[in-house]
Design a binder for this molecule. Structure first.
Ligand code: 5RP
Length: 395
């Protein structure tokens, strides 16, 4: 849902404050009021708007992953503010860095850790890059390891960014993709990392403390190698596996398939990706598709072939709803770009259509892995399946 902040933008004589801009209700319609800003907002103001929007999803009693960085900082401030006002109670924070821990302590937010709270209700954190699949680069602030641990243990992971963080592909900003490594023989590890991505023109640099001739040391006592790519590195999963296989590497800053919601603040308003995630109808539909696929084929492998983008996540969502990121509708998530509401809805309809078409195609071209339907002929049994799929498709 896109939310503009028109009353911030409209006043001729008296520009309103960011605080007032942040008070725009999420239910307010945006499209009719969308105008270009009179005054441009600064990047920090946009970060604050995204952060405040995310905090609207926090409920009393939640265990919250508290992110690190200048955007997440605003979210932590806001959570503390709402706690002081009595609007949020019984909150427990799990900080992702020593800096965030210190901030939360100074604001009086009760803290805990993953040992005590292995399942976190929601994490809110910034990112350095977000690609159209909602994969992220994080860690330019140096906290990627703890961030990944906390956010991977979160049922919902809300990413908050200003629009400058949106990229076409991971590495696309030309800025660093950080890798946390052990200090032992760091030059050796740096070379191995560069060699992995030679084709992408990768250059690695040891991160230094700003203004000091000393290597930057993470909260875990490790170093960071910043990787710069000249080209797209291609398959992110394969790249991630290759990096993690290197002895000496602790973790990298690619957060693949982890974000469940993206909130982008831009000059035209705030856009949220995840109207689809929590919609009961969508979850019901998604579950029906996944279960139906499983019933047809009798195997997850079959579901994966018929639902190439969704099945694994659906199964995860159904079988283990507490398991990290639950992404219900991949194509829905793609609509995070700054689009008016109507475009989101059209996109969603198109997704349904595409999915149903692919189901048909899958049934026509493929047969279940369990041998129930060995022939590739489009026989009577297939037709029945298509008919059943249609019913679910219409639903
Ligand atoms: O990953 C991070 C820290 O490790 C930050 O979330 C990321 O660097 C974004 O920072 P900012 O909100 O300051 O732009």
């Amino acid at each position: 849902m896109a939310i503009a902040y028109p009353h911030y933008l409209s006043s001729k004589n008296e520009p309103k404050s960011v605080e007032q801009a942040l008070m725009v209700s999420s239910t307010q319609s945006s499209s009719s009021n969308r105008t270009h800003p009179v005054n441009s907002l600064t990047q920090d103001e946009l970060k604050k708007i995204a952060a405040y929007k995310a905090v609207e999803f926090v409920q009393s009693g939640m265990v919250l992953g508290l992110g690190t960085g200048s955007t997440a900082r605003h979210a932590v401030d806001r959570i503390a503010e709402l706690m002081k006002l009595g609007k949020l109670t019984n909150i427990v924070g799990i900080p992702t860095s020593n800096v965030t821990r210190d901030q939360a302590v100074s604001l009086g937010i009760p803290l805990s850790d993953l040992d005590t709270h292995p399942i976190i209700d929601m994490s809110i954190d910034g990112a350095d890059e977000v690609d159209p699949e909602m994969n992220l680069v994080k860690g330019r602030g140096g906290s990627l390891l703890r961030e990944k641990m906390v956010e991977a243990a979160s049922k919902k992971f809300i990413v908050i960014v200003d629009e400058s963080k949106l990229v076409n592909y991971i590495g696309g900003s030309g800025l660093a993709m950080p890798v946390e490594i052990v200090p032992f023989c760091w030059k050796f590890t740096l070379k191995r990392l560069e060699m992995l991505f030679m084709e992408a023109g990768c250059v690695g640099k040891l991160r230094m403390f700003a203004g000091r001739e000393e290597p930057f040391v993470t909260d875990n006592g490790n170093y960071i190698i910043d990787l710069y790519f000249k080209k797209d590195i291609g398959d992110l999963k394969a790249s991630s596996d290759a990096i993690l296989r290197l002895a000496g590497v602790v973790e990298h800053g690619m957060f693949l398939d982890m974000a469940t919601t993206l909130i982008v603040a831009g000059e035209l308003g705030v856009t949220r990706s995840a109207d689809y995630h929590y919609g009961p109808l969508l979850m019901l539909k998604s579950s029906c598709f996944a279960l139906y696929g499983a019933w047809l084929g009798g195997s997850q492998a079959y579901v994966e072939r018929v639902f190439p983008w969704t099945s694994v996540k659906f199964i995860r969502a159904i079988v283990a709803p507490d398991n990290c990121a639950i992404k219900a509708w991949k194509y829905g998530e793609r609509s995070f770009r700054l689009k008016p509401d109507i475009m989101l809805k059209l996109n969603s309809m198109l997704c349904n259509f595409r999915t149903i078409s692919l189901c048909y195609l899958g049934l026509l071209m493929d047969s279940p892995a369990d041998g129930r339907n060995q022939s590739n002929d489009f026989n009577v049994c297939d037709k029945k399946m298509v008919l059943r799929f249609s019913v679910f498709g219409v639903l």
